[in-house]
Design a protein around this ligand. Sequence first.
Ligand SMILES: [Fe+2]
Ligand SMILES: [Fe+2]
Length: 475
Amino acid sequence: MSGINYSDKIPNNVNLSEDRALQRALEQWQPNFLNWWQDMGPDKSQNFDVYLRTAVSVEPQGWAQFGHVKMLDYRWGIFLNPGVADRSIHFGDHLGEAAWQDVPGEHRANLRRIIVTQGDTEPASVEQQRHLGLTCPSQYDLRNLFQVNVEEGRHLWAMVYLLHKHFGRDGREEAQALLERHSGDANHPRILGAFNEATPDWLSFFMFTYFTDRDGKFQLCALAESAFDPLARTTKFMLTEEAHHMFVGESGIARVIQRTAQVMNEFKTDDVSKLRAAGVIDLPTLQRYLNFHFSVTIDLFGADESSNAAIFYSSGLKGRFEEGKRQDDHVLKGQTYKVIQAQGGQLVEREVPMLNALNEVLRDDYIVDSVGGVERWNKVLAKAGIAFRLKVPHKAFHRNIGALAGVKLSPSGELLSEAQWSAQVDQWLPSAQDRAFVASLMGRVTEPGKFANWIAPPAMGINRQAVDFDYVRFA
Ligand SMILES: [Fe+2]
Ligand SMILES: [Fe+2]
C-alpha cells in the first residue's frame, strides 16, 4: 500500500497526505473494507460500470462528480464540513464553552459508543440490500440502489475516520469490528434491531430508504449539534448525501402508487385480487408495508425514558433536532415531556423529566417529518381521483422498545387482547402471502428506459440525464 497518492485515491479534506498515523490506520483497514465490499456488498455486480456521483469536495456547488465507475473502484472519501471559527457549545452543562477539537477523557467511552452505533448502521444497510440488484425494476432504479450503497459505504468511512483519528487503538479495533458484525448474523448481528431485518424486495427497499434513512437524517442532525466538533462537521456533510437516499424512497413509493392508481382507473376497480392479477401492488398491501417499516424504524430512537439520553445531552455529545433554532434554555433541567404507556386497559400520558425523554422528543420530531411525505403520496392518489389514503399508524403500534414494547394495539390506537391482535394482524402487517405476492413481481428489467409493470417511470433522470440513459453498463 506504500506510495499511494492519497488525495487522488481517497478524496479528502482532512490533510490525509500529511497525516502518517491516519495513513497507517487506513492502510490496515482499507483492504479489509474492500474484502467486505466484495463479500457482503452488492451481489453479482462487480463488473458493472455504474453512473455514480462521487464526493470530491465540500463546496455546496459541485461537491459531486458524476461518471461511470466500477463500484470497487469508487473513491470513498473523507469529508468534514468546514469548521466555524470559535464555535462554542450551545446546549447542556457546557453551554458557552469552546467546542472540543479532541475527545475529552471523561466522555471518551460514550462518544465512542455513539460513533460505533451510527457507524454500524451504514454497512448494515448495504448488507440488507445486497441481493436487490438481481431484481431491479429498471436501470435507473439499479443505479439509485448502487448510489445509496456506495454512499452508505462512505458513511462508514466517515465514522471510521473519527475512530482512527481520535480513539487510538480502541478506535482501530472498533473500526475492524464494524466489518465483522453482519446484518441478521445469529452470532455477530448488527447493533440495532431494524438493521438485522431483511430487505427482501424493492417495495421494502423504498420503504426502508423513506423511513429508515430518515431515522439516519434525525440521528445525524442530532450529532451535527455535538460539542465534539469533528463529529458535528462530519455528520453535517453526511446529511447532504442522506437527502438523495430519502428521495429514492419517497419517489419510489410515489411511482408505485402512480402505477397502481393508473391500473385501478383503467380497470375501474379496487378489488385486490384483480389488481394483483394485473401485476400491480394493491394499496392495502402498501399500507401494511408502511405500517411495518414505520413501526420498526421508530423503535430505533430507543426507550422513551433513558438516562443515557439525558447524559448524552447534558454532557454535550448529542443535541436535539435543530437545537440551534429552538427557543428555550438548552439545558432543560426541571422541564417535562409527555410519554405514553398502557395502563389498566388504556393508553395514558405521563409527564417525565424532559432530559430523560429526549429519545421520545427526537422520535416525535421524526414522526412529524415522515407524515409530510405520506401526505405527498396521498396527493398522487387524490390527483388520480382515488379515495384511498395512506396513514402512518399510531406511535404505540407494533413496538418492541421502551414502555410500549409488546403492547397490542390497532394502527388506529385501540388496545387489543392477544386474541384480537392475532385475528387481525394480517390486515395490519405484511402477511406471508403479501410478501410472496410482492416477491412474485420482482423480475429484472435492465433495458434502458424500460420499467417493471408495477412501477411508473420517474418524471426525470439523474443529473439531468434522460430517463433512458445507460445508467448501468453491464460487462
Ligand atoms: Fe448513511
Ligand atoms: Fe442513507
